[in-house]
Design a protein around this ligand. Structure first.
Ligand SMILES: [Fe+2]
Ligand SMILES: [Fe+2]
Length: 216
């Protein structure tokens, strides 16, 4: 085989140079198009991703609204239930705790209405079987332990189950509101979340003090 001469070498180098220039100019063409905001170039580069992100946001929006309706139902049921629990409670501290939380719950309902307004939807409740079950258990305790010293311990346990349900819902809603960029809703949901946590802590301290000693 004959050795490669200078003209052949020049031809090979030229071929590589043209191919490299072609890929560089393709890349800079796309960059220029993107910088100019050309939608076609944009969709060529990240079309499917944008569509997926849009779909994910839409699904999260729906989940957010559904969960908002769920806790709206729950809060309104709790609002009806708390006076019954206050009436049944034997210890004055527990009675007061229930009455104070009834007033806070009224605010929780109003705050949820504000969040519905923020998302441009009518405030609407969606039946929540979970809270119905938790509240029914509380009613059973009132029926079964109405005359017993252990009643307050039972009421405390039932009320804490309610608070834990609310804390889980508000925690989730707050996180989703953040992911959806709804800053104002995050603040409103957090206000209620903090009150639920404080109530839970108060119930815990009551459970550890007089109420449980009486039951024993
Ligand atoms: Fe609440
Ligand atoms: Fe609560």
């Amino acid at each position: 085989m004959a050795p490669i001469g200078i003209p052949e070498l020049k031809a090979i180098v030229g071929m590589f140079a043209r191919s490299a220039a072609a890929s560089v100019s393709k890349v800079s063409y796309e960059r220029r198009q993107r910088r100019a905001g050309n939608p076609r170039a944009e969709s060529e580069v990240k079309g499917p991703k944008t569509k997926e992100a849009h779909m994910a946001e839409k699904k999260l929006n729906n989940l957010f609204l559904d969960t908002l309706k769920d806790i709206y139902f729950a809060e309104r049921q709790i609002l009806k239930n708390l006076p019954k629990m206050a009436k049944a409670a034997r210890s004055p501290e527990l009675k007061n705790a229930f009455l104070k939380h009834r007033d806070q719950t009224e605010q929780h309902v109003e705050r949820l209405q504000e969040v519905f307004e923020l998302v441009g939807k009518r405030a609407q409740a969606k039946t929540c079987e979970a809270i119905k079950g938790i509240l029914e258990e509380g009613e059973e305790i009132m029926d079964e332990y109405g005359a017993s010293e252990a009643l307050d311990a039972g009421l405390l346990a039932a009320a804490q189950a309610v608070e834990h349900y609310e804390m889980s819902r508000y925690g989730t809603l707050k996180t989703w509101a953040g992911q959806l960029g709804m800053k104002e809703a995050v603040g409103i949901l957090d206000e209620t979340l903090q009150e639920e946590k404080e109530t839970d802590a108060l119930l815990s301290s009551l459970a550890q003090s007089a109420v449980n000693r009486e039951a024993a």
